[in-house]
Write a protein that binds this ligand. Structure first.
Ligand code: WTA
Length: 632
């Protein structure tokens, strides 16, 4: 199923559009099914209702583990690089990973977990995280992995939304020279989570933790009590595989639901093609498994293809800015998949940290999560790829399951800062505000997809209406991505960024409404408005305009209190980079905040603020402009 020439790509693409069912059936044939499907696809985007490989039976872990055992049992499945470079890496072969997954799956069963139960996973980037994820899939439990940077409140919201029965966590995690007390955060979260019956705790940092009798149990004790024989649960292709929460325009994060069959096919197909993965190569995706990139390109994509996936516990700048290049050299990494924010951050240290590191194993470089600016693209290409590795700028979203628009390595001619062309099966369209398709080249519009692909989200957990409203109602019979996009004269796609109220901070999606709700929880805050602004390293930063009602006005302390409040409510990842206290916000006569104006002010583009005549109080704008100028 690997595409090896541009002609082959064009043919595959044509086939996928003309006869999608035949095309995807052909791809799905490369996977292991207990029973094949009765029907490849049935769909409508109006409800929406999308089903792939209906009637088929499978277990994704048999595809990720069992089927590789006979011939590749001793191939490393996971290589783990610890946060501390002095500590030894760990290699789990397919055989070993299989045993660990089966064993831990039995632990889950022993603790009452059944097919369909939701399990919350809040863990550090250690191999046991991958084991926990796969163990859920082994027995048909639905995992909901929560990124380690989220607060107790955010975790509680997610656990309650999915009614999770069990939580898997660790005592703590190492991130650079910091330690995060994961179990403590979970303890705080669980005060408000009546559905959770058990907590399994992995020993990692050896920090003291509270262990509650009848609820909390140790990972290490439990695995000793079970055997390593765990038959894979037979799953329907459309059974739920996982929930992953992501931010949108409205306040509450939503649980994106992916199902077993289509997701597996799409993650595996895109992995092998986009990166041109070759047997025995080492694939290094620097994402955290708490995000979709980690789900699809650390765990499911690579393992479904029998690949070796490298998992890194730490951060690119610890102990210093040469860490990534040390890892590439040490593990002879062949394919490196990272985010523009990491590239820009490392770029700021110059080329000195790269020197003396042998990067000659690298063959393909990937980028994901946000638009990559030309400067970063060239630096990545020249300094890391030595002008010798194709860069695949991969555009996709949590809701997509896998890469959608991207070059295929060694196949698609690249262009700096362009995601280039849609993968086979993906039918992008650009639409104007009125929902009309904009045809031809050299045009810009809102990016929609007009035909389903196997990895598309099926619903948002517990609230199908929300799925319909968010993705399938803006434009009739199309999936709306929320991104703006340009299609150039060659038909190449360039993603220009979100067109909704979502900001992308260091490749992390954050809803402005979510941050506003958190800021507004501070007792002194009357009202706030949050927008994104261009940030040299993070891509976008968070700019908060805040009306503060408290007479005790120690600006600096109040700002720090607000940051602390946001950290409590959402997590440190949502902390505003800038806070400006204002006496009013630019509102229309009907009371709507004109974010367009705030965005311009945050960008520092105050010379042309556009039409302000509809504002209730135009004087407010002047005050904000002045304040913002001082803050800069
Ligand atoms: C943005 C991450 C430009 C985009 C896999 C999208 C990108 C959001 C790219 C999804 C890219 C992702 N170029 N923008 N190559 N990749 N984005 O759900 O705005 O965390 O809508 O999924 O990131 O973020 P998410």
């Amino acid at each position: 199923m690997q595409i090896n020439s541009f002609e082959a790509y064009q043919q595959a693409y044509k086939h996928s559009v003309e006869n999608p069912e035949e095309f995807w059936a052909g791809i799905a044939d490369n996977f292991l099914w207990k029973k094949k499907w009765d029907k490849v696809l049935s769909w409508n985007f109006s409800e929406p209702n999308v089903k792939w490989f209906e009637g088929a039976k499978l277990n994704i872990t048999e595809n990720c583990l069992d089927r590789h055992l006979a011939e590749h049992g001793d191939t490393p499945a996971i290589i783990w690089e610890p946060n501390d470079p002095e500590k030894d890496p760990i290699t789990l072969t397919y055989k070993i990973l299989h045993v660990q997954v089966c064993r831990f799956a039995n632990v889950l069963k022993k603790n009452g977990v059944k097919k369909g139960d939701r399990i919350c996973i809040y863990m550090p980037m250690v191999p046991e995280l991958a084991v926990a994820v796969l163990a859920c899939a082994r027995i048909g439990a639905v995992h909901s992995v929560i990124f380690g940077g989220f607060s107790a409140q955010s975790i509680a919201d997610r656990i309650n939304d999915a009614k999770c029965k069990l939580v898997i966590t660790a005592d703590g995690s190492f991130r650079g020279n910091k330690q995060i007390q994961l179990k403590e955060v979970i303890d705080d979260a669980l005060i408000g989570c009546p559905t959770v019956e058990k907590v399994i705790v992995l020993t990692n940092t050896r920090t003291p933790v509270s262990m509650i009798k009848g609820r909390d149990i140790w990972w290490e004790d439990e695995v000793k009590l079970v055997d390593a024989n765990c038959p894979a649960e037979e799953m329907d292709a459309e059974d739920m595989l996982f929930i992953l929460y992501t931010s949108g325009s409205t306040g509450k994060p939503k649980g994106v639901v992916h199902t077993v069959g289509g997701y597996m096919v799409y993650a595996g197909y895109t992995f092998t093609n986009v990166f041109n993965y070759q047997p025995d190569e080492v694939f290094f995706c620097t994402a955290d498994i708490g995000w979709i990139t980690g789900h699809s390109y650390i765990v499911y994509g690579p393992l479904s293809q029998g690949a070796t996936t490298l998992m890194f516990e730490g951060i690119p700048t610890y102990p210093d800015a040469s860490r990534m290049w040390q890892i590439v050299e040490k593990h002879k990494v062949n394919i490196l998949y990272t985010a523009p924010t990491a590239i820009r951050s490392l770029m700021s240290f110059g080329t000195e940290p790269i020197q003396g590191h042998d990067l000659s194993s690298l063959r393909v470089l990937g980028s994901v999560g946000e638009p990559i600016n030309e400067e970063a693209w060239h630096w990545y290409n020249e300094e890391i790829g030595k002008d010798n590795c194709p860069i695949v700028d991969t555009w996709w979203q949590t809701e997509n399951g896998g890469i959608m628009i991207s070059p295929i390595a060694f196949v698609t001619p690249t262009k700096p800062s362009y995601a280039t062309l849609p993968l086979p099966g993906i039918q992008p369209v650009l639409v104007d505000e009125a929902g009309n398709e904009i045809e031809g080249n050299g045009v810009s519009g809102n990016l929609c997809i007009k035909f389903p692909w196997p990895g598309i989200l099926r619903t948002t957990y517990g609230d199908h209406e929300r799925c319909k409203l968010t993705y399938f109602s803006t434009y009739k019979d199309m999936y709306f991505t929320g991104d703006g996009c340009m299609r150039d004269q060659d038909g190449y796609y360039k993603i220009t960024g979100r067109v909704d109220d979502v900001i992308n901070v260091s490749g992390h999606r954050i809803g402005t409404a979510e941050v506003e709700n958190a800021i507004n929880m501070h007792s002194g805050v009357v009202e706030s408005a949050v927008v994104g602004f261009p940030h040299d390293v993070k891509g976008q930063g968070i700019y908060a305009f805040v009306i503060f009602g408290n007479s005790q006005h120690d600006e600096d302390l109040n700002k720090r209190d607000i940051l602390q409040t946001v950290t409590r409510v959402i997590g440190a990842i949502a902390k505003p980079d800038k806070i400006l206290f204002v006496s009013g916000l630019p509102k229309t006569r009907s009371g709507k905040i004109m974010r367009r104006i705030l965005r311009k002010i945050a960008e520092g583009e105050t010379s042309n603020l556009g039409d302000t005549s509809t504002l209730l109080d135009p004087a407010v704008v002047e005050e904000i402009v002045e304040g913002a100028a001082k803050l800069r």
